[in-house]
Unconditional design. Sequence first.
Length: 110
Amino acid sequence: MKNSKKMWLIFSRTLTILFIVFLISYFQVNTGTYNSNLQNKTILTEEKIKEFEEDVKNGNYIDIKDYTEPEYVDVSSPLSDIGYNIGESIDDFINNKFTRVVNFIGSLFK
């Protein structure tokens, strides 16, 4: 009896820790970090377009390197990739497989 309670306690704590790690990773992906970087890049691109148009109007020398952004540097970590993949798997399960199971059970009662 004590052994099963101890195993249940270990299991529930492990599951709780994994859930917290998942939530942290999920919110990191879905909140400001990625979106703000993308928005800043878009604003900078719009500024470069205006600069390009001004240079064309003024007849200045135009070089594509002056108007392009440096390559994107990936700052993700293996932990964030794992969290993102877990979130995508859960999303896929809820959207596809779970819906099919519910529809199948519903069809049994028609």
